[in-house]
Structures are given as C-alpha cells and as structure tokens.
Design a protein around this ligand. Structure first.
Ligand SMILES: *[C@@H]1O[C@H](CO)[C@@H](O)[C@H](O)[C@H]1NC(C)=O
Ligand SMILES: *[C@@H]1O[C@H](CO)[C@@H](O)[C@H](O)[C@H]1NC(C)=O
Ligand SMILES: *[C@@H]1O[C@H](CO)[C@@H](O)[C@H](O)[C@H]1NC(C)=O
Ligand SMILES: *[C@@H]1O[C@H](CO)[C@@H](O)[C@H](O)[C@H]1NC(C)=O
Length: 776
C-alpha cells in the first residue's frame, strides 16, 4: 500500500469515524475519593523508598516487594503485615566506583531491585541495579525468612544499569527474557534470553532504535496449533521510528515477538534471534496526529478459552507534553499474531546518498517465511531448529524485522480517554454483573497517586471512581492483581498499597449505588445497603448499562437543619453532591430557586447575602443526575432558614457580639462556639473513623418533618467519602467571605470538564510523511 494511503487509512479514517460521534473525549470520574488512610492497606518501611517491583507468591500467601536496597515478603491478604525482609545493598567499593564514574551517590549508586521472578524450584530470581553494575541472585523463603543465596550472577542485559531507565522482563520455563540496556551508558538496547544458549537482538537501529521498554508477555501459541507453531514471547516498547521520513524525531509504539524455541542461526544471526519481528501499534486518539506512546500493558485471557481470545490492554500517553490526555486501547492477540504470520514486511531503500526510506516490500519472500517459528511446514523441509534455517531467510530477517502494517485496536479507537493525571499502569478484571453479562473493569494507575476504575459500556466510557492511594500524590509505579485474594496491589516511591476490587459501602443510598454503575455492587433492599454481588445471596438492584434507578425504594426522609441568620446577614448553606456527573439545584419551599445577586449557587453550596425576613423558609439542595434512562433527583441537604433579629447580623454573632460587651448575644456566641467546637470534634472523630457515620440520602418527594432537630446537622450534609472531608473542613456552616468556594472537588472536576473542547494540539506541521512512489 502507498504509505500516504496507509497513513490516511490507519490514522485519518479512524479519526474521521471518531469525529462523527460526539463521544465525550474527556471522561470525568463520577466520584473522586480523596486520600484517607482507610482507602487502602499500606506498607512503607522507614528510610526505604522506590517500591516498584512486585511478585505475587500466591502459593506462599506472600507479596514479594522489591524496593531500594531491600526486598520484603508481605502478607498477601494484608500487606501492612511484614512477614520477612532482606537487605541487599551495593558494596562500599561498588558505590565508590559508581561515584567515580560521575553518578549521583544518593540517587544512582544504590541497589534498586528491578527483577523478581519465580523459578520452577520455588526459589526466586532477583536482580538489582547495584550501583550501576547490575547483579542477580537467587532468593528463597523458608522458615519465615527471606534469604539471598549469594550466588551472584552478572546482571548485564538482564537488569538496567540506570535505575531511571525503563526495562521489561519475564521468566518462561526458568529462562529469563529481558529487554534493557547492556552497557553503562544505556546506549546498547537488547532483548535477550538468558539460558544455556543465550540469544539476543542485533545491534542495529532497524531492530531497536533508542527504545523505551514497557512490558513482556508470553503466549502459548503452540496450544492446539494446526501448523505445529511454537510459543511466543511478546515485547511492548516505544522507539524512534526508523521508517518515518520526518524532520523531527518521531516516537512510535511497537509490539515485537520472538519464538520460545529460537536458538539463533548457524552462521548468519549466530546467537541472535531469528524470529524477532516487530510492528507498529497504534492507539488513535482523536485530538492528536502524533502517535501516542505506550506505557504499560496487561494481558487478559479467559482461562477457559483459547489463547486467540486473549486481549492486550495498553495504556498510552501523548508524545508531546502540550496535551494531558491519556488513553487505553485494547488489542486482540489474534490480530497481532496475524500481522506477524501473514503480513507484508517493510524494507529500506536508499534514496540520494545518505538517506534511507522504508517502504513496503513486495518482492519474493524466501521460504521458510522469515521470522516464523519452526513449524510443521519447516519440519517437512527437514528444518527442525532455527540452526537449520537457510541464509536467505536469515539475511532477510536481519535486514527487515519491521512489518509493513500497523496494528489497530479493537473498534479502531480507545476504550478510555481521560484528561488529567497521566496514566501509568493498568490491570483488567472480568466480572459478571447482575444482568448476566460479563464486563471488563479497568483499574488504571496514574502519576498522581490515584487509581481509576472504569468500564466501557458498549462504547460509552464510564469512570466509576478515582481513588487516591498515596498522599502526597506519588506516581503509581507498578500495579498487580491477585485472582486468589481478589485484591489489587500498587507500588510507588513512597510505599505499597492494597485495595479491593469493590468498595460498595461508599454508596449509602440506593440511588447512588445504582447510578455508580459499578458491576461489582448492587443495592440490597432487605438490609438497605450497597453490597458486593459476590457477598450477597439476595437479588440486588443494579443497572450498569443504563443506570436505571427507578427500582430504588424511597429513601428515608431527611430532616431539615435549622439555620438562623440575622437580617442583613450572610450565610452559606453547604451541599456536596456525591457525584461529579450530577448538577445541584436549590429549592425554596419546594419551588425552584433562581440564582441572583443575593442567592449565589456555588459548587458546594448556596450563599445567601444580605438576608431579609422574607428569605426565611425551607431550602433543599437536590443532586440531579442524568443516566440513559432518566433524570434522578436526590435530596443532598435540607435547611430550615430562620431570619431572626436576635441571631445578629449574618450569623456572625461570634465576632459581632464582642462589641456589645457581656450581653445575651455574647452568651449566645459562647454557646454557638461550644456547639461548633463539639461538632468539629464529632466531625473529626467521624473523619478519623472513630465513630460510624449515619449518612443518609433522601429522595426528593418526601415532605419536611420535625424542625427542632439538633442531630440533623450530622445527617444532612450528604453522604459519600468526599463528604467526610467536606464535613471536617466545613464545620462552621456559616461564612462571611462571599467568594470562599473552598475545596470542592466536584467543582474542580466540573471546571475541567467545561474546558474539554479547547486547544487540540495540532502538531502535524512538524511532520512530513513520505509522499510518493514507494513500492518496488
Ligand atoms: C526513588 O524515590 C525517590 C523519592 O523517595 C525519588 O525522588 C526517586 O526519583 C526515585 N528513584 C527512582 C529511580 O525511581
Ligand atoms: C508435511 O508433510 C506431510 C506428509 O508429507 C503432509 O501430509 C503435510 O500436509 C505437510 N505439512 C505441511 C504443513 O506442509
Ligand atoms: C493531583 O492530585 C492533587 C491532590 O489530590 C490535585 O490537587 C491535583 O489537581 C491532581 N492533579 C491532576 C493533574 O489531576
Ligand atoms: C488465577 O490465575 C491463574 C493464571 O494466572 C489461573 O491458573 C488460576 O486458575 C486462577 N485462579 C483462580 C482462583 O481464578
């Protein structure tokens, strides 16, 4: 195909398709859960940082965690419990050498654990950067202790020298496959298999060109293969495109693969891969014409199905930092495998003197097919190992490891796009919802210490929640999932965190539970709680595809909170919606309240300025959330405003009273102050979790009830975790500063959403694609 044509087909066509739909490019999480120590179980060891390597040892009930100069064995069910640990520091001599070579003593010249894999004999293989001189060792867990066996092996080519350099590795049948740099400068990238006969890539820019390695996965492709195919190891990375005819460097995402049975060529490609093939991996995001860069992948396979049904979920971020979109694309393994097995190759053609152009190769392809694993066809021709491959095949693959065709995601567009904190890692879990369908729930780590939980419902991107695990925000450096414990494990520079797949208890009323559209959760009418599907025998109310909350029973009515205010005073009635997708509206005495100069709708409440006696009444804050089926209203807060001359101007009794000397107002002030302190104390206790929270949500319809209710203060100001902090920080329900719309996250998210349609970075001008003839 003509390169320009292929460019337009693979880039512009999907873009055009996406333009037609007005799918929101910027999905806002329905709920943001700010940091709270109960969000996750945490592990952190004093003085130790960089917890970025993990190995699940479900057989031992352990999470093995690699950090800087230490390895920990944590209880898999509760990682805050340390079972064992072992230190592994670089020697003084190594550190001195590292420093002499100009590296930073504190940052670089340490031993960062980078590789942790399980061996067949139950030991573990562990490698560290070892002050810029990587080493590996064997480690065992026995008698409650982690022990390094001190059988130190050279780590060059297995583990990076530089702790900041990206790498990937996987252990397959006790052979370590690693993708990293093999030298001190980090300039010689290789993909290597360490075994009795080690195999690696050629040092050629057409093989690997300034790559950033991302991840590896194996595929059991020999399983039920009609062609007698071999198992494969896939490598995901990004690199500078050799095939791009552009003025500027263009980075592209790639998938490469090698065959497990590869043992190199006899003369050509001796001890090198004969099966290294790579292809471009695209994730077309509407706004960008520069390809997005791959950052992580997750292999998702249904254990009951054939490997061809496996999927790769991959996280992408923009090439330039003018955009803050991140995306998730999903690829079928069968699509990838087909391009390698049947696709055309690219070939370099010299043009002019120093220039090489990469175009589709349309000449004769030697047999056996270059890059193919040894299969039945080869065996029929008496080629039983790669050592028997003819030179013609080997020379071909040595020169042309790049496939012509790019690999596109399912649906030719991302399943998730979000503006905001950059995506770093992904895990996918399949769950069967109450409707009997199975959904893939994505858990995406960000560089801001949060994990998003998102589902793509028939093309609709929906982010159920964003939970902050680390405070201050720390990039999520690793994400793992155990199907035995059903827990997620995240690592950052500061520590490790463990979270369950579902936290249904965050929804305290049916409406919120159903509109959250979390496939793990449903509303149990009999106990009146949002519960996990797997924990419940009863029939639950859930509607993940449509968010249909019409089956929800009437919620308990909310009692109004009394709010006194003096004539001419100002007051803020607080109201935080449980959902960032909802709008809040205010009603006064059951009819809509139109915002005006004196009644200002803030993101987190209503500000009444210069109150007059006619402002007295019942003020109700409603959260209005649209789903596919309907519009749902929930009462979030309810106030009975009393305008009372005795209350003093603007509820500012506390301050104004001082001028009046020891008066009734002064006494009132003391009482109010005491009450506020008490409330603050209570709020703090709730916040700290010492006392359970009696959150309630009410439907719109119920009628106001008893008004002299002091406790109502606790129960009205909404529900959800976001409100805990809100309560703690908003304790004086009365404000004077008019524009003090503080810390409302819903408001912030809304603002982000509002700016979504602006600046689409059009950087295409800096690029020039091949424009011509191309085929040979
Ligand atoms: C290790 O953690 C520290 C913070 O504790 C961070 O500044 C540094 O960049 C991390 N190093 C690597 C190699 O990630
Ligand atoms: C291999 O040879 C056998 C018998 O000679 C033949 O039946 C079979 O189709 C051949 N397989 C391939 C893949 O060429
Ligand atoms: C990162 O988290 C902090 C604190 O939670 C927040 O203020 C900030 O807006 C977040 N940044 C992005 C890009 O989301
Ligand atoms: C967990 O996943 C492994 C493969 O990763 C599989 O062999 C095992 O059966 C799964 N266990 C459960 C309980 O699903």
């Amino acid at each position: 195909m003509h390169p320009l044509l292929s460019f337009s087909v693979f880039w512009l066509l999907p873009l055009a398709l996406m333009l037609e739909e007005d799918s929101p490019l910027n999905s806002v999480p329905r709920r943001f859960v700010p940091y709270h120590r109960d969000n996750a179980r945490l592990f952190h060891a004093e003085g130790v940082s960089n917890y970025s390597t993990m190995l699940l040892r479900e057989d031992l009930d352990l999470l093995v965690l690699g950090a800087r100069e230490a390895v920990y064995a944590l209880d898999l069910n509760d990682i805050s419990k340390k079972r064992a640990s072992v230190k592994w520091e670089a020697t003084q001599q190594k550190k001195a050498e590292c420093q002499n070579k100009g590296k930073d003593a504190e940052m670089d010249c340490k031993n960062y654990i980078r590789i942790l894999h399980k061996m067949k004999d139950n030991r573990m293989y562990v490698c560290g950067t070892n002050a810029f001189d990587p080493e590996c060792d064997y480690m065992s867990f026995a008698g409650g202790e982690l022990t390094l066996q001190k059988k130190v092996e050279d780590g060059k080519g297995k583990c990076p020298f530089d702790p900041f350099q990206r790498y990937a590795s996987i252990m397959v049948d006790d052979d370590l496959y690693s993708a990293t740099s093999v030298n001190f400068l980090g300039s010689e990238p290789i993909l290597m298999r360490s075994s009795k006969s080690s195999i690696r890539t050629e040092f050629k820019s057409s093989w690997l060109n300034e790559p950033n390695f991302v991840s590896m996965a194996q595929m059991p492709e020999s399983d039920k293969s009609e062609k007698g195919d071999d198992d494969k190891v896939y490598l995901f990375f990004s690199e500078t495109a050799v095939e791009c005819d552009c003025y500027n460097k263009l980075v592209v995402s790639r998938v490469a693969r090698v065959c497990k049975g590869d043992s190199g060529g006899l003369r050509t490609l001796q001890k090198k891969w004969t099966s290294f093939l790579k292809a471009r991996l695209d994730c077309p995001v509407l706004e960008s014409q520069l390809p997005y860069i791959i950052q992580d992948t997750y292999r998702w396979c249904d254990p009951k199905l054939h490997w061809k049904k496996c999927l790769f979920y991959a996280v992408f971020t923009p090439q330039s930092d003018t955009s803050d979109l991140s995306a998730v694309c999903v690829y079928r393994v069968s699509d990838i495998s087909k391009v390698f097995a049947e696709g055309k190759y690219k070939t370099p053609v010299p043009v002019e003197t120093s220039f090489v152009k990469w175009v589709m190769y349309s000449g004769e392809v030697p047999s056996p097919r270059p890059g193919a694993c040894i299969n039945d066809e080869a065996r029929n021709a008496s080629i039983t190992t790669t050592l028997d491959l003819p030179d013609r095949t080997l020379q071909f693959i040595k020169d042309k490891p790049l496939m012509d065709q790019s690999i596109l995601p399912i649906g030719q567009k991302p399943v998730l796009v979000r503006r905001g904190a950059t995506f770093t890692h992904i895990i996918v879990n399949e769950v069967e919802a109450a409707d009997g369908n199975k959904y893939h729930v994505m858990f995406v780590g960000t560089d801001n210490g949060t994990v998003l939980k998102a589902v793509n419902y028939d093309g609709e991107m929906f982010i159920i929640e964003e939970v902050q695990l680390f405070q201050p925000p720390q990039p999520i450096k690793i994400l793992k999932f155990s199907n035995v414990t059903g827990q997620l494990y995240a690592g950052s520079d500061y520590g490790a965190a463990q979270i369950p797949l579902a936290t249904c208890g965050r929804s305290s009323c049916c409406m919120d539970c159903v509109l959250a559209r979390d496939p793990y959760c449903g509303w149990d009418k009999t106990v009146g709680k949002c519960v996990s599907l797997s924990d419940s025998q009863s029939e639950l109310i859930q509607s993940v595809k449509d968010g249909n909350a019409s089956l929800c029973p009437e919620a308990d009515p909310i009692k109004p909170v009394n709010q006194s205010i003096g004539p001419g005073g100002d007051v803020k009635l607080s109201c935080l919606s449980p959902s960032n997708h909802a709008k809040t509206i205010w009603q006064r005495d059951d009819s809509g309240l139109i915002p005006s100069a004196r009644f200002q709708h803030l993101g987190d409440g209503l500000l009444i300025l210069n109150a007059s006696f006619s402002d007295a009444g019942r003020y109700r804050c409603l959260s209005v959330e649209r789903s596919k089926t309907d519009k749902y209203e929930t009462t979030v807060a309810y106030y009975h405003v009393i305008v009372d001359a005795a209350a003093g101007k603007d509820g500012q009794v506390l301050y104004h009273a001082q001028t009046g000397g020891p008066s009734v107002a002064g006494l009132q002030a003391v009482v109010v102050l005491l009450v506020v302190c008490l409330l603050a104390l209570a709020a703090w206790n709730f916040y700290k979790g010492h006392l359970p929270l009696p959150w309630k949500c009410g439907k719109n319809r119920e009628q106001p009830q008893g008004m002299h209710d002091q406790e109502a203060v606790n129960t009205t100001v909404a529900y959800g975790d976001a409100q805990r902090t809100a309560l703690a920080e908003d304790k004086p329900l009365v404000f004077t500063t008019h524009n003090n719309s503080n810390n409302n996250h819903a408001g912030e998210e809304g603002a982000v959403g509002a700016s979504e349609e602006n600046e689409a970075p059009k950087l295409s001008a800096s690029l020039q694609f091949i424009d011509d003839e191309s085929e040979i």
